[in-house]
Design a protein around this ligand. Structure first.
Ligand SMILES: [Zn+2]
Length: 270
């Protein structure tokens, strides 16, 4: 599932192509993936892309006419860039014709991705955005520690909670706990100040490394031109249950936390 680094990778690739271009037409092949259907396509036609933004796993295009086109990739969504004359791919769900000969494609095997339009210059008034915590990549240590102070429960479930900080999912949550050398099953309330600061640095480091490696690709994620990310080769624990720790060689353990498989090293993480 795309997390912050995959969304950021997508945004960095797509923004320079889209900004300044006009959406000539929109073809919605899966109406259930867009809100405001059937006016969705008509509303976007003729609008120019002025900017692109991201917060957590959400990204959006700022459009002329005071509109924002919100995109959430969810489980398996991704954006692709194609030529108008290319044969459409089987998993294309929404097609945006941009400029003269380009098509921005929202490709999604599981069709769980979502696109919707927000009017006006404040996307944070939207219920989905209002509920988000600060973006995990850009938040300061001070804010992180302050928010952590008020929290209870298990560390891993807190990291997955988008209202705590936005952008960390199962992959980067497991990796951050490993880098911080903290057992993901620990109660947040029992973390020392040193561990809390280590956790903050680990979250940022893990996300930055994911972006540096152009995201993690296990099945669906790829960049605009179909090239997979490289971060899966750098993962220390995620997806490696019952394998040996790359640092201390102990067998990695796994369990379910918040319905998600969590992997950690009993040797390195206390
Ligand atoms: Zn280890």
């Amino acid at each position: 599932m795309p997390e912050l680094p995959e969304v950021e990778t997508t945004l960095r690739a797509v923004a320079p192509v889209l900004i300044g271009r006009t959406i000539e037409s929109v073809n919605v092949l899966r109406p259930n993936m867009v809100n405001n259907h059937p006016t969705f396509a008509k509303t976007l036609k003729g609008k120019t892309v002025l900017g692109m933004k991201r917060h957590g796993k959400y990204m959006w295009m700022e459009l002329s006419g005071g509109l924002n086109l919100m995109l959430h990739l969810r489980m398996s969504g991704r954006l692709g860039l194609r030529k108008l004359k290319d044969t459409p791919l089987s998993r294309e769900r929404i097609r945006f014709e941009i400029g003269n000969d380009l098509v921005l494609v929202f490709n999604d095997p599981r069709t769980l991705g979502r696109l919707w339009i927000i009017e006006g210059n404040d996307v944070y008034k939207d219920p989905s955005m209002k509920a988000l915590g600060p973006d995990a990549l850009t938040l300061t240590e001070e804010i992180f520690l302050e928010r952590l102070k008020k929290k209870r429960g298990t560390l891993k479930s807190l990291l997955l909670n988008q209202s705590f900080i936005a952008g960390v999912g199962n992959i980067y949550g497991d990796e951050a706990c490993f880098i911080a050398k903290i057992d993901p099953r620990r109660k947040v309330i029992g973390l020392s100040m040193i561990e809390r600061k280590r956790l903050y640095k680990a979250v940022i480091k893990t996300l930055e490394q994911g972006i540096y490696n152009s995201g993690t690709s296990f099945s669906d994620f790829a960049d605009l031109f179909g090239k997979p990310g490289q971060n899966q080769h750098s993962l220390m624990v995620y997806g490696r249950g019952k394998k040996n720790c790359r640092v201390c060689n102990m067998l990695l353990e796994s369990t379910k936390i918040a319905q998600r498989t969590t992997v950690w090293c009993p040797g390195c993480q206390k």
